[in-house]
Design a protein around this ligand. Structure first.
Ligand code: FE2
Length: 386
């Protein structure tokens, strides 16, 4: 069976058929950002997105060269890390890439086997299997490089009952802004260089046992001016989904090229976080100052009943309310989905968040690509990078 499944066949059972089980993944463990000022970034993600103080590691816990704040909201754990002096190698990452995602950590049963299976299939090692211990037990971690300087860490915590990891203590705070309803990471997208998408698709197939279950070519992801290509990779149980984008030739500059210019290489483009109530979540985020891409034109909303067809009958949300908040709507054979995209979360036009609510649909909002990319182009034009 070809690993390249047609987009109409992307039920989870199909993914499972093509995928291999040498690397069983239980879920996303944490996502670590390298940032210039972790203390202030932590305040931003708490205040703006409703993440909660969770764990801390720094001078007070005996760590001398860097500091990490762990934030939590439902199943999502973000780790924000900054160097404490000029000698830390974290500085090089920040100088080159700005604030961005360094580690996408995956929760595994066996971090030693994960390292062995992936490195023998060609993964470049980042961290040999390493045990970390404290009075709550032991965590084993290992890591490999993926695209650019981004890393997949494998985290085995079956013999650990502490809060987060050895070396961390509980982070107490008097400031706990209300959560905004963000529940888990739905998918995480990487941008790679010109002509490199298929190299990384093959890498995820060969090294991680993933399958390519959805493909968008530059004819599908295009506007009048710019284009990109995307392939969605998934692990066997469908819990981990990594779409990979590369720029495509257009009249003007692709948003992926803008990303590569400012991140100075491949990296994580966006984290899509799931909510059960996107209207409440987005209203809340806007009230807290989170900035979203500019709204699509009226014609986009006028066309939704036609695009959704029979899904309109089951849609629980008020279309007017969705339009008021500039939330996008798309549907596939199995249901519909609601989504919206933030502006970049730092000054470089690189990483952003997507907020997504799935109502049966398993796609990625292909019907919204044109409207979405026209919004992005308007932003690019204002930055002089279109
Ligand atoms: Fe997405």
């Amino acid at each position: 069976m070809s690993k390249e499944l047609k987009s109409v066949e992307y039920g989870l059972e199909k993914i499972f058929e093509g995928a291999q089980d040498f690397l069983p993944l239980l879920g996303t463990d944490y996502v670590e950002f390298y940032v210039g000022n972790a203390k202030q970034a932590a305040h931003y993600y708490k205040t703006a997105f409703g993440f909660q103080s969770f764990a801390y590691s720094g001078l007070e816990t005996g760590r001398r060269d860097s500091v990490s704040y762990v934030l939590k909201q439902d199943k999502i754990r973000l780790v924000l890390t900054s160097p404490l002096g000029s000698k830390s190698p974290i500085n090089d990452h920040i100088v080159k890439h700005g604030d961005g995602v360094k580690v996408v950590a995956l929760w595994v049963e066996d971090a030693r086997s994960a390292f062995e299976e992936t490195t023998k299939r060609g993964a470049k090692p980042y961290l040999e299997p390493t045990e970390e211990k404290d009075e709550h037990g032991v965590v084993v971690r290992s890591g490999i490089y993926t695209y650019g300087e981004t890393v997949h860490m494998f985290v085995e915590r079956k013999n650990y009952n502490g809060l987060f990891m050895p070396g961390y203590r509980k982070w107490d705070s008097d400031y706990y802004p209300e959560p905004t309803g963000l529940k888990y990471i739905d998918h995480m997208v990487g941008n790679v260089g010109w002509g490199e998408m298929n190299t990384w698709v093959k890498w995820y197939e060969d090294v991680m046992g993933f399958v390519n279950f959805l493909t968008f070519d530059d004819k599908q992801i295009t506007t009048e001016y710019s284009a990109l290509m995307s392939k969605v990779m998934s692990n066997g149980n469908g819990r981990i989904k990594f779409p990979i984008n590369e720029p495509a030739e257009g009249i003007k500059k692709s948003q992926i090229e803008e990303y590569l210019d400012f991140y100075e290489g491949p990296g994580v483009q966006h984290l899509a976080v799931a909510t059960d109530d996107i209207i409440k979540t987005v209203a809340d985020l806007k009230a807290r100052g989170v900035e979203f891409l500019p709204p699509p034109p009226q014609a986009y909303y006028d066309d939704i009943p036609r695009r959704l067809g029979t899904h309109m009958d089951t849609m629980k949300e008020d279309l007017k309310k969705l339009q008021e908040l500039s939330i996008l709507v798309d549907a596939d054979e199995e249901g519909y989905l609601l989504q919206i995209f933030t502006k970049p979360l730092q000054d470089r036009p690189t990483l952003f968040f997507e907020i997504i609510q799935r109502m049966g649909a398993k796609g990625f909002g292909a019907g919204n690509f044109k409207a979405l990319f026209e919004s992005i182009e308007r932003e690019q034009a204002s930055r002089g990078t279109l």
